[in-house]
Design a protein around this ligand. Structure first.
Ligand code: ADP
Length: 306
């Protein structure tokens, strides 16, 4: 059985309903990807590597992982911290705004739990995914230790997969984000950047620009997302441009890239070629954006498989 581990943070999501109610769910880039991968490829063992608290919402979060058939053996329980939280509000014009309470979240401590026994188990996997959000969330003091642990996984032959997912507000400075991203690209085998991720930091504004920027890092596989424009891949010295069928009824693009990543990696893990994997991933993302929130209903998502 193929195995993939997703390291990062899942948060409690609150979405304002009418004047006196809020809808509560769970979301976070790596969690979203794990959910969509597992829904399409139940045969791939999919786990989340994170830390949550001992509080009730953390219990519910873990129960939600289990409902989605995500392996929770690497969901560690911090004794005093709690899960991070964010609120999504939508104004009269449909514009969304986000407020976060995550600066003291349990997930920031995940590296503390990656002892040698855990690493030995993670080293039996096939892929290990982390994002720019995962990196930003890890406490600054723990990052050098994180890189050491990642190096061990790499030396054990695990494919390391990185999506920069740049969120300016999570970083102390652009320089810090750039330094960490470049380190991630150096160590990774596969990268799945969106063009926009690199625009603010590096002034890159096209797929070709991303390829030129990434070339020195020697990635085995580069998959560049560019909204409804196209997906460009560079693998085994082959450059391919994949057409995307634009969705006309876009409701909410939250987690489009996450769904794409999860389904793409599931397809690659189960032996599909790059082109077929992109087509399936784009189909999945195209369904997700026709529904509100990060995680779309199971029934609607089933269309990916038809
Ligand atoms: P991110 O969410 O990381 O910013 P993108 O906006 O590039 O990433 O979207 C990820 C994927 O979602 C795209 O590669 C594409 O497959 C799909 N997608 C995004 N917007 C649309 C759209 N308007 N129509 C169809 N597919 C879309």
């Amino acid at each position: 059985m193929k195995k993939i581990h997703f390291l990062g943070e899942c948060m409690v999501e609150l979405r304002a309903g009418d004047a006196s109610t809020m809808h509560q769910s769970f979301a976070g880039d790596v969690y979203n990807s794990a959910v969509y991968l597992k829904r399409v490829f139940p045969e791939v063992a999919t786990s989340i590597v994170t830390a949550v608290g001992q509080d009730n919402l953390s219990d519910k979060m873990v129960a939600t992982f289990e409902q989605e058939s995500i392996d929770t053996r690497y969901v560690f329980r911090h004794e005093s911290k709690v899960a991070g939280l964010y609120l999504v509000e939508t104004d009269e014009t449909g514009e969304r705004s986000f407020t976060y309470w995550r600066s003291d979240a349990a997930a920031r401590k995940v590296v503390d739990f990656l002892n040698s026994d855990v690493l030995a188990e993670l080293a039996t996997g096939d892929m290990f995914f982390f994002s720019g959000i995962s990196l930003a969330v890890i406490e600054e003091d723990a990052r050098s230790l994180f890189w050491e642990k990642l190096e061990l996984l790499k030396n054990a032959g695990i494919k390391l997969v990185f999506d920069p997912n740049y969120r300016a507000r999570l970083w102390r400075s652009e320089e810090q984000a750039k330094e960490q991203f470049e380190r991630a690209l150096h160590v990774s085998d596969i990268a799945l950047p969106g063009v926009e991720d690199l625009t603010e930091l590096y002034g890159v504004d096209s797929a070709q620009g991303v390829i030129d920027f990434c070339r020195p890092f020697g990635l085995q596989e580069l998959v560049i997302k560019n909204g409804p424009g196209s997906v460009v891949t560079f693998e085994s010295e082959t450059l391919l441009t994949h057409k995307i069928t634009p969705v006309t009824n876009v409701v909410d693009t939250t987690s489009a890239g996450d769904a794409f990543n999860g389904v793409y990696l599931g397809a690659r893990l189960t032996g599909q070629a790059v082109s077929g994997s992109v087509q399936l991933a784009a189909k999945a993302a195209g369904i997700v954006i026709q529904h509100p929130g990060a995680i779309c209903p199971v029934a609607a998502f089933d269309a990916v498989k038809s």
